[in-house]
Design a protein around this ligand. Structure first.
Ligand code: ADP
Ligand code: ZN
Ligand code: ZN
Length: 663
């Protein structure tokens, strides 16, 4: 007897789709269905409909079909399948990440009928008037892009901040729309950098849709639907927008392609940039990557002839790129982290009417509270970490587990009252600047401050109106902002990265310093950038000063080649953590034992994680490295589905991170 079986991917950690009986329902792959799972009802996605003669397996019937003929399109289902394999993650959970929450819910009290589609306007004529004549450099790049053969290809535009990359995206998106296509623009952040969306809206009016985590569930579902019906010519979105259904996809742009936010850091750990490139390849459409500081991965692909490369060296318009200089902190007196020379420089810029940005990469007042008598440093009770002093709130906060306590009056070891804050956070620098410049408006911009809805918008408006004269900010301010009046950027401390054990630390430092440098002098006055350091002779800092990120990145690539690290090898990181001391390490030891020694795969570890104890869990990791991506993939495909049934697996939480970006 032949029967139909339906394979359904459900949002649960299974590496295989589950079988269900279709009854007399008409089903095709990509449809969302309601199915029983244990005692629950869940939303799953049909991945295949099969005929089977095997009536041994008892399976349960599908409860209901949730789409009437509007399934997840085949290209997306197939992309999700690819991603599930590549990242060794259960397909049901990949699909859950790809669908907006509104489409993952069981139909509740009322199944909301969609309001009839409002056609989104195509490029307005008012918009076209804003088209700018390209600069000579832009013209060269635009000609090259327009002259590419149709189909898939990746063009990396390496252009200093303000060189007109966005303008180039706008031209190419316009061409895609004119050919009746849809363009997907991925950006690391939308809430923080509204300017990108504004510029697209000026050019393309209501044809521009956005998709990001700050939107309501309903708005996200509406955008998803509009995209899927082909009603959005342009969609700008963050990470998960890479999974939007776009039937007429014609172009993908990835702005700030180096940015770590494109990598999801928990659950389904995927790189939106890498998936976007695979998607473009499958859809045979071009990709434009843009950055002032491209990732070493992308530069390596340029070197290997896989990506085409374009340079924009000059800023568009009158603005000039500032030449940064180092300020040697050795043997200088510091006042809350500020040297006299930096303060003098700031005073000069302020007197001339400029705005000044102080870049501090830590929130809070001070990253540690020290007992001056015995050397005790206030520790987090749950992590191998120190507590950060947030003085305005009177709290000690752990930035790793969130634990929060009142600032103690006495040392936890010797009871001395002589407790002193060590190091600088944004709050401390803000306080110091308020004291130095009582007549000028000083504001701090970090994630503590921007938590309140609308607060960031208000602050950004007051920066643009130049009401705020002095800014203290974290990397939140380093990205994409265009502040015309900003003439000086002071980096409080460049040294953290130079001591880090992470092999990507210097790459990130170079990117951050370059991005921060790009904030200065975007108006007509040329800017100044001062970087405080205790390591003024550090060869890599020197290289950055002399040759910029372009020079530093090429040197770092050479270093990676010698060390055999990415992009010259491929990594997968297995992490485990547990409540008892040895469980995670033991578990990874068993995992390591499953990996044959002869497969050209290096096993590095298991070793304790860089911060071994976090939120009371003891953490370990096992790094796998190979020259051969396919070999590593094959091994993982075999290995990962077995891990859940290893002895001890129940006592640990474990995860696999393919192409990890923090080790
Ligand atoms: P990027 O994306 O590389 O940071 P933008 O495209 O934002 O650079 O351009 C920087 C500034 O120069 C913006 O204010 C933009 O409006 C202006 N600009 C860009 N291209 C041109 C051009 N061809 N003519 C005049 N101004 C331009
Ligand atoms: Zn003490
Ligand atoms: Zn903690």
């Amino acid at each position: 007897m032949t029967e139909h079986r339906v394979k359904v991917a459900v949002p649960a950690p299974f590496f295989h789709a589950l079988d269900y009986l279709p009854g007399d329902l008409e089903l095709v792959p990509g449809m969302r269905v309601q199915v029983p799972l244990g005692r629950r009802q869940v939303v799953g996605v049909v991945t295949a409909v099969e005929r089977t003669i095997d009536d041994e397996i008892r399976c349960r019937p599908i409860t209901a079909v949730l789409d009437n003929g509007a399934p997840l399109p085949a290209d997306l289902l197939s992309l999700c399948n690819w991603a599930a394999d590549y990242y060794c993650h259960p397909l049901g959970e990949v699909l859950a990440a790809a669908l907006p929450a509104g489409l993952r819910k069981l139909p509740g009290k009322a199944i909301r009928r969609r309001k009839s589609p409002k056609a989104l306007r195509s490029p307005s004529s008012a918009g076209e008037a804003l088209q700018r004549a390209p600069t000579p450099e832009q013209a060269v790049v635009l000609d090259a892009l327009a002259g590419q053969p149709p189909g898939f290809g990746v063009d990396l535009i390496e252009g200093v901040t303000g060189s007109g990359k966005t303008e180039i995206y706008l031209h190419r998106v316009q061409a895609a729309i004119e050919a009746q296509g849809q363009a997907l623009v991925l950006t690391p952040e939308i809430g923080l950098t509204p300017q990108l969306v504004e510029r697209f809206r000026q050019r393309f009016g209501d044809g521009v849709a956005v998709f990001h985590s700050g939107m309501t569930e309903r708005a996200r579902t509406d955008t998803w639907q509009a995209c899927s019906e082909g009603r959005c010519p342009v969609v700008i979105g963050t990470r998960s927008a890479v999974f939007l259904p776009l039937p007429r996809l014609a172009l993908i742009v990835i702005d700030e392609e180096h940015d770590a936010s494109f990598k999801q850091q928990d659950g389904f750990r995927y790189s939106a940039r890498d998936i976007a490139i695979v998607r473009a390849q499958r859809a045979a459409v071009p990709v434009i990557l843009g950055s002032a500081t491209p990732s070493l991965e992308s530069l390596h692909n340029v070197a290997r002839g896989r990506y085409r490369h374009h340079r924009l060296n000059a800023r568009a318009g009158a603005a000039r790129m500032p030449q940064p200089r180092l300020l040697d902190l050795r043997n200088t007196k510091l006042r809350d982290g500020l040297s006299a020379e930096l303060i003098d420089t700031a005073s000069r810029h302020l007197a001339a009417g400029g705005q000044v940005l102080f870049f501090v990469n830590r929130r809070g007042y001070a990253p540690a509270l020290l007992c001056h008598e015995c050397g005790w440093l206030a520790p987090c009770p749950h992590c191998d970490a120190r507590l950060t002093l947030h003085r305005a709130r009177g709290r000690l906060i752990c930035h790793h587990c969130g634990s929060d306590s009142r600032v103690p009056l006495r040392c936890g070891q010797c009871s001395s009252t002589d407790l002193i804050p060590v190091g600088q956070g944004t709050e401390r620098v803000e306080d110091a600047l308020r004291a130095l410049y009582p007549d000028l408006r000083v504001e701090r911009i970090d994630s503590d401050r921007a938590r309140l809805a609308g607060e960031l918008d208000r602050l950004l408006a007051d920066i643009h109106s130049r009401d705020i004269r002095i800014l203290v900010g974290t990397q939140m301010l380093a990205k994409g902002h265009d502040f015309e009046g900003l003439t000086l950027v002071g980096v409080i401390d460049a040294d953290q990265a130079l001591y880090s054990s992470d092999f990507r630390a210097v790459e990130r430092m170079g990117q951050l310093l370059t991005q921060v440098t790009g904030r200065a002098g975007r108006g007509a006055t040329s800017g100044e950038v001062v970087v405080q350091t205790h390591q003024p002779d550090h060869p890599q800092l020197q290289r950055w000063l002399r040759d910029g990120y372009a020079g530093l990145s090429r040197e770092l690539l050479e270093e990676r080649r010698l060390m055999g690290f990415p992009p010259f090898s491929h990594l997968a990181l297995l992490r485990a953590d547990a409540l008892d001391a040895d469980a995670a390490q033991d578990f990874l030891q068993k995992v390591a034992a499953l990996i044959p020694g002869d497969r050209s795969i290096d096993k590095l570890g298991p070793v304790p994680a860089p911060m071994e104890r976090r939120a009371n869990r003891v953490r370990a990791q096992l790094l796998l490295r190979s020259q051969n991506r396919m070999g590593l993939q094959r091994l993982l495909a075999e290995l990962v589905p077995q891990l859940g049934s290893l002895p001890g697996a129940r006592r640990v939480r474990w995860s696999v991170d393919v192409d990890p970006i923090d080790l």
